[in-house]
Design a protein around this ligand. Structure first.
Ligand SMILES: *Cc1c(COP(=O)(O)O)cnc(C)c1O
Length: 405
């Protein structure tokens, strides 16, 4: 990457005082949400510089989540691809099986610091709801998860998990009875009751401070990986790869490497059934500047500005927007955004399961697929790190059906 590119990119490594990364971000809120979100912003600005808060967070990371997670050299996969060495950052080994627990614990810790009794969120496929319910159970806060009625039916095991963890699941029957309605319902409940409640967003999306705050909580992933690869290889990787839904596991891995101009960075979006038509969720490839969930970012949208219907084989990736910092990093030329389609993700799912004995989440399979593609084009003296954002146990029934097992 040329030096002038790196300089241009640096301005989007951190948000400005209004929460903007270049042209994207901000906090454009309806009047009833201005005060509640301002409270979160102030609290986080203090917590981020408070050694006691940071120590408590990192203590939980070590003693509850099980960090540092392994940086695993996938030797069998490397040999099969016949190119660069492939390393996997094993977020699938975290307690609760994915990276989401990192930011959920950070957010619930902040809620506790604010003296709140309850955390609230929406969930689509249920992964965020389960991670938040886990963190709330540990830290002794009530947890309320809003979920569209259709998703409640489709994601029954996650509904049970949340209930077992002590959370209250609120089915939402308005409109299309899906994620969009669940977001509105959760925000309205929050606005009415924010003295006692904090809203916890599940990715690097939403109004400022959430994109920065969730990135900071996830940045432990890249900090560890950067140190681990230097310990085993004595140098930085040539490329790093992560899947991008909203973009939290990707920002978590990328953040520590943004200033390393010699490291190529790849974000992999879900190409679904192909980029023509709307059976994908490739916001970078096909979206345009727009507004969603309190932020300015790239959005897959209809002519009237409403979010388009999206699809991915990985339910955690089917979001019509993307974290604003990703949009800015693309414009600045620091991160390359590419796509993998459903079929490639499914192939990588099977490949990693068979060659390494690791069953990846379908979301993470997008990163594995692209890392394999890259490795094949690179030399044996080169290194690729892929973020294995979660384990695939949740996906086995669906994959078995697709593969006719
Ligand atoms: C939710 C989820 C994702 C997508 O979310 P990001 O915010 O884009 O990281 C990716 N992988 C797994 C395993 C998930 O559960």
């Amino acid at each position: 990457m040329a030096d002038n590119n790196t300089q241009a990119a640096e301005s989007v490594f951190r948000a400005d005082t209004n929460g903007y990364f270049g042209a994207y971000g901000g906090a454009e809120l309806p009047p009833h949400l201005v005060a509640p979100i301002a409270e979160v912003r102030e609290a986080y600005a203090k917590a981020v510089n408070d050694p006691e808060f940071q120590a408590e967070f990192h203590d939980l990371m070590a003693k509850y989540v099980g960090r540092p997670s392994l940086l695993y050299y996938a030797e069998n996969l490397t040999k099969k691809m016949g190119g660069a060495k492939i390393y996997l950052k094993r977020e699938d080994l975290n307690h609760s099986g994915a990276h989401k627990i990192n930011h959920c614990l950070g957010e619930v810790l902040l809620a506790k610091r604010l003296g709140k009794k309850k955390v609230i969120a929406e969930t689509g496929a249920g992964q965020h709801g389960v991670a938040l319910a886990t963190a709330a159970a540990l830290l002794g806060l009530e947890c309320e998860i809003h979920m569209g009625e259709i998703d409640v039916e489709k994601q029954h095991p996650n509904v049970i998990r949340m209930q077992l963890l002590g959370a209250k699941v609120v089915p939402v029957s308005a409109g299309g009875r899906s994620l969009k309605e669940a977001v509105d319902s959760a925000f309205d409940t929050y606005a009415a009751d924010y003295q006692d409640t904090m809203f916890c967003i599940g990715s690097v999306v939403g109004p400022d401070p959430y994109p920065s705050m969730v990135r900071d909580f996830q940045s432990v992933v890249g900090k560890e990986a950067r140190q681990q690869i230097q310990e085993v290889e004595g140098r930085l990787p040539d490329a790093i790869v992560a899947c991008v839904g909203g973009g939290s596991n990707a920002m978590g891995l990328f953040d520590a490497f943004l200033g390393d101009a010699e490291v190529d960075i790849y974000g992999v979006e879900p190409g679904g059934e192909g980029l023509s038509g709307n059976r994908h969720a490739a916001t970078m490839a096909k979206g345009s500047a727009g507004f969603i969930h309190g932020m300015n970012t790239l959005v897959l949208q209809e002519e009237d500005g409403s979010p388009s219907p999206v699809h991915s084989i990985a339910s955690g990736l089917d979001y019509p927007g993307v974290g604003p910092q990703h949009a800015a990093l693309r414009d600045a030329g620091r991160v390359n955004y590419v796509t993998c389609d459903d079929r490639e993700a499914l192939e990588a799912f099977s490949e990693l399961s068979r060659t390494e004995g690791i069953i990846p989440a379908l979301e993470s399979s997008h990163a594995v697929a692209y890392a394999c593609k890259l490795a094949k084009e690179m030399g044996p003296d080169q290194i690729v790190i892929a973020n294995l954002s979660g384990r695939g146990d949740k996906d086995v029934d669906y994959v078995a059906e697709r593969l006719g097992l």
